[in-house]
Write a protein that binds this ligand. Structure first.
Ligand code: SAH
Length: 497
């Protein structure tokens, strides 16, 4: 039995520049054979049992030869597997996809090709350079910059120079000098605008512009390396007007997000949308608690006149367990429900529950203040929360009426983040760190050795609110900015200011 190979274009790098068909191929593959330019984040979408094979290609440092890659594809398909060969950009644009296809066909192995957005077009677009424009150019030409030898007779430089089209060179950075010289020698105006785009469409995209004469110097100044596109032509002038990707408010900012894995995706997605390069380091992990004590309280919810939810995690774990016990929101009966923050209230709403009160400020103190007027000694309050929640609310309510806590989870250190943290701090690439609770700050510091703690103290730290800020200061961190209001939106506004 023979499997099938999908030659799939993974696009130029921006995570969302992937076709729906490519997405299917990634999700369904039993084997994924990928190289350096395919965004590695796609691999997270693969089946948990998929075999992932890296075949390299950092230009001079080939991890596997083309023959070896062909062989891997054939062998895996012959085993009856569905194989996705994931390539940067489009598989047929200097991707040697044609050779892979021929090799498979010769061996009677079924294959299909899924085109991708090539960097030659998509990469220019994200640099603000339209590959064609009626006022500037009648054609475009995508050319290999991988020049075979000194004389290199395979490229017709004379024709290229004469055609007035936009010329895009791939794999050409190490030959930049030769490329510019050849074009000028063949009569191209030395003042023709030109650009080099490094890591196009990625959060770390960098662009250098100049003319055929100055480009090499500009690229050196900017320190651009591979992978890079070289573009020559009048359309480069439009970059100043049409640049949108680099104009987003957080473009070029390297932001570390410290939050538990389950909670950070919202913040992360928004920051990426605004252009930031986000490093997600889960410092804490939520470990749900289980046991008779929890179940007993969930069975007798009608005993409480107020139920307070201390966090989103508390809400979801509360309802998950309630459902597991064969019950639902009706168990809350007539109890008044209080959420300690807007995100917690939103989460409650997904379970069909509306929070009865909304404090002005999202702290335990303000909720205590709000409840003080309402509670009588006949009331009975249940606070659903995690082990690290402060006891301000409990203490205040306890002065008025009976109160119990329902501890639904423990927040523990995420030891697996240690290595990544060290790498990040040593790479000196972090411009900002966001803290969304006191525990993320405490836990981040707890994961670090003394040397790295000092590094964090030198980075601009953003706090979600006053309690978090206090915890940060106690740990020796400087609060560069504090969100207002104390929400994720507030935090994002703070970063954009
Ligand atoms: N099939 C790919 C090209 C493969 S050849 C495509 O269609 O885009 C590899 C070359 O592509 C690199 O040397 C570089 O010149 C270019 N390239 C690919 N992705 C790039 C990116 N994100 N930024 C800059 N150059 C890129």
């Amino acid at each position: 039995m023979s499997g099938k190979v999908y030659l799939v274009g993974a696009g130029p790098g921006d995570y969302k520049l992937l076709t729906l068909k490519a997405l299917d191929c990634i999700k369904e593959a039993e084997v994924i054979v990928y190289d350096r330019l395919a965004n590695p984040q796609y691999l997270e979408l693969a089946r948990p049992d998929a075999e992932l094979i890296y075949v390299g290609k950092a230009s001079s440092n080939h991890t596997m030869t083309q023959d070896e890659i062909n062989e891997v594809l054939a062998v895996k398909a012959k085993e009856g597997k569905v194989v996705t060969r994931l390539k940067g950009g489009d598989p047929y644009v200097f991707g040697r996809g044609g050779e892979e296809g021929e090799y498979l066909l010769e061996r009677n192995i079924a294959f299909e090709v899924v085109p991708g957005i090539t960097s030659a077009i998509g990469g220019l677009c994200y640099a603000g350079i339209p590959i064609t424009h009626r006022d500037y150019t009648p054609s475009f030409h995508v050319v290999t910059g991988h020049l075979k030898d000194e004389t290199n007779d395979t490229i017709n430089w004379n024709a290229l120079a004469a055609m007035n089209g936009t010329i895009v060179f791939l794999m050409g950075l190490s030959n930049l000098h030769k490329i510019c010289t050849n074009l000028m020698t063949e009569g191209m105006n030395p003042n023709t605008p030109a650009a080099v785009i490094n890591w196009a469409t990625r959060p770390n995209q960098k662009v250098a512009t100049g003319t055929l004469v100055t480009l090499e110097e500009e690229v050196k100044k900017a320190g651009l390396t591979s992978p890079s596109l070289i573009v020559v032509g009048e359309v480069v002038r439009l970059r100043e007007k049409l640049s949108f990707f680099e104009n987003r408010p957080l473009f070029g900012q390297n932001i570390m997000v410290t939050r538990s894995r389950t909670q950070s995706s919202d913040l992360k997605a928004k920051l990426i949308e605004l252009g930031a390069n986000v490093f997600e380091v889960p410092t804490i992990e939520i470990q749900p608690r289980q046991g008779e004590e929890i179940d007993a309280k969930l069975q007798t919810l009608k005993d409480y006149s107020y139920i307070v939810f201390g966090s989103q995690n508390a809400v979801s774990l509360f309802f998950e367990r309630l459902y597991a016990l064969g019950k639902d929101a009706r168990s809350l009966g007539e109890a008044k429900v209080v959420a300690v923050g807007s995100a917690t209230a939103k989460c409650l709403a997904t379970y069909g529950i509306r929070s009865d009160f909304m404090p002005e400020r999202f702290t335990q103190e303000s909720i205590a203040e709000l409840l003080e007027d309402k509670l009588t000694k006949e009331d009975k309050v249940l606070i659903a929360q995690g082990n690290l929640a402060r006891d301000v609310l409990y203490t205040k309510i306890n002065e008025i009426c009976e109160v119990e806590t329902l501890l639904l989870y423990d927040t523990v250190l995420n030891e697996s983040s240690k290595v990544r943290l060290k790498q990040l701090l040593n790479s000196e690439r972090v411009d900002r760190i966001t803290f969304t609770s006191s525990s993320t700050a405490k836990n981040l510091m707890a994961l670090l050795d003394e040397e790295d703690k000092e590094k964090v103290k030198a980075i601009k730290c953003i706090s979600i609110g006053e309690i978090t800020s206090k915890a940060m200061r106690d740990l020796g961190l400087t609060v560069y900015k504090e969100a207002n209001p104390f929400t994720i939106e507030g935090l994002i506004n703070c970063l954009c200011e």
